[in-house]
Write a protein that binds this ligand. Structure first.
Ligand SMILES: CC(C)(COP(=O)(O)OP(=O)(O)OC[C@H]1O[C@@H](n2cnc3c(N)ncnc32)[C@H](O)[C@@H]1OP(=O)(O)O)[C@@H](O)C(=O)NCCC(=O)NCCS
Length: 160
């Protein structure tokens, strides 16, 4: 069921005009994947469809909307009984640095906690490492190079 989440912290309640929810309808999933493609694939010339992998139906998806536009996405996948992974974090152009990414990560972490996945790992693009550090993630090692150009760093966080 789609839901309107009261923003997880009082800080957000004070000013955040956006809605965060799980995409549910076909149209919502279209918007959700489209933003992933526009932010994470199109700038490198990657084809539509490259933003979708084969485990989407087993993952927890979150989108943020402004009116009816999808302006933020994030996904949690379950790697093992206690480890989850954050992927496909994307905030639309013009909406960065307003707390949307932080809000998405908080909701994904809440889902991870509630399913007893107390360790979260992710592979951060180099320019996003500082963002995850602000949210308590630590760099463990250099990981892969995407599209021959985007260095990723493996980061982890243990949830309390
Ligand atoms: C990285 C991204 C998800 C961050 O989302 P955002 O909504 O802009 O981030 P927020 O506004 O929630 O930022 C939370 C905190 O991190 C800081 N921050 C945000 N982006 C940062 C960055 N690139 N480097 C360092 N700090 C950053 C913010 O200043 C803020 O700090 P504060 O709490 O002290 O004010 C977003 O910029 C994005 O989609 N980038 C392009 C795609 C991408 O790289 N995705 C990640 C793939 S691994």
């Amino acid at each position: 069921m789609a839901f309107r989440v009261l923003h997880p912290t009082d800080e957000f309640l004070n000013y955040m005009p956006f809605i965060i929810k799980q995409p549910e309808t076909e149209e919502e999933f279209e918007q959700y994947y489209d933003l992933r493609w526009r932010i994470l694939r199109a700038p490198w010339g990657e084809a539509k469809g490259s933003e979708i992998d084969d485990i989407e139906d087993r993952c927890y998806h979150v989108m943020v909307t402004d009116d009816d536009d999808c302006i933020g996405t994030g996904r949690l996948q379950y790697n093992t009984d206690n480890e989850a992974q954050i992927r496909y974090m994307a905030v639309a152009d013009g909406y960065e640095r307003q707390g949307i990414g932080k809000l998405i990560v908080e909701v994904l972490e809440r889902e991870a906690s509630s399913t007893r996945h107390n360790t979260i790992m992710l592979d951060a693009r180099e320019p996003a490492v500082g963002f995850y550090e602000k949210l308590g993630y630590e760099v463990k090692e250099k990981s892969y190079l995407l599209f021959n150009s985007i260095q990723h760093f493996r980061m982890t966080k243990t949830l309390k």
